[in-house]
Write a protein that binds this ligand. Structure first.
Ligand SMILES: [Zn+2]
Length: 302
């Protein structure tokens, strides 16, 4: 199961106790931080999430509401005596920003910071472990910006051990069976995979797209995702304003979720213009029923 905890679901200005963008994505034991707006550390404390458990940070783009909390977090991790390496993925200029802050403060971090710059428009896998994978894809925003897909890898097919023994399949071949292969015995009998295995846990995919204009160019990356977090800065009566500012409306996010055939849509990145968010639900659910208006401190299980 992928667990997504929302730390900030507002756009540029903090308002109504809603904070700029940040969320924690839990994949097995790993905590990954997606964007790091101002106040992220305070939110981590509020929701009892330990900073030292975060080993990966992804920054979508360099508008301040997505990274102004980063320098504080990196510094605190140092003050708390972190020694484990930390991996950050974000726009190349972010490296210069971090280095300048540390240099003028005369700060040397006690841990290794691996930084990987994401060039504009790049599509690639960033992290690939036996348990999970993270990849990025371009979205369309006023400055270069990426969306991300977090995949929790499934278990492969499940063995039926009694059947395997009965049919005299050597244990050395079990891994291949889990991958779905058949087994050819020495006596020439072909054991079909379905005879000795059952369906395992499938992969789970969580896609994140903030900030972005409505664009169908991202469909290949988010198609059939188990959940999509898509920005909905405005309601649809502000479609023109959304377009001018390279943002989307709730209706557009819902339309895209339907075209991508995702299972669930999570909405966020609300403009501080809106105190009441219920119209976002009304608008989006008329187009795509499995929609949720994210709330800070809530963990969504995917
Ligand atoms: Zn932005």
């Amino acid at each position: 199961m992928i667990r997504v905890t929302i730390l900030g679901n507002n756009s540029a200005l903090p308002a109504y106790d809603r904070h700029p963008t940040a969320q924690i994505i839990e994949l097995r034991e790993q905590l990954l931080l997606m964007d790091c707006g101002e106040g992220t550390q305070i939110q981590l404390q509020r929701y009892n999430i330990r900073r030292r458990r975060i080993n990966y940070i992804f920054i979508s783009h360099l508008h301040g509401d997505h990274y102004f909390g980063l320098i504080g977090l990196l510094t605190s991790m140092g003050l708390l005596g972190r020694t484990a390496p930390l991996c950050i993925y974000g726009p190349p200029a972010l490296k210069d920003i971090i280095d300048l802050h540390l240099a003028v403060a005369g700060t040397t971090l006690p841990y290794v910071l691996h930084f990987e710059g994401l060039e504009e428009g790049v599509v690639r896998d960033l992290v690939d472990t036996p348990h999970f994978k993270v990849s990025c894809f371009p979205v369309i925003h006023r400055i270069p910006c990426h969306g991300f897909v977090f995949t929790l890898k499934g278990s492969g097919r499940k063995l039926l051990p009694e059947k395997c023994k009965e049919l005299e399949i050597p244990a050395a071949y079990y891994n291949q069976l889990k991958q779905g292969e058949d087994y050819l015995r020495r006596d020439g009998r072909l054991i079909k995979n379905e005879e000795v295995t059952t369906e395992g846990n499938p992969d789970k995919r969580y896609a994140y797209a903030a900030d972005t204009l409505y664009t169908e160019s991202i469909l290949p990356f988010i198609r059939n995702a188990d959940a999509l977090y898509h920005e909905s800065t405005y309601l649809d009566d502000n479609r023109e304003r959304a377009f001018d500012r390279f943002h989307s409306t709730a209706a557009q996010a819902a339309e895209l979720a339907g075209k991508a055939a995702v299972k669930r849509l999570l909405l966020g990145h609300f403009s501080s213009k809106y105190q009441d968010l219920s119209p976002f639900y009304t608008e989006a659910s008329a187009i795509f029923p499995d929609v949720e208006i994210t709330t800070e401190g809530t963990t969504y299980e995917i």
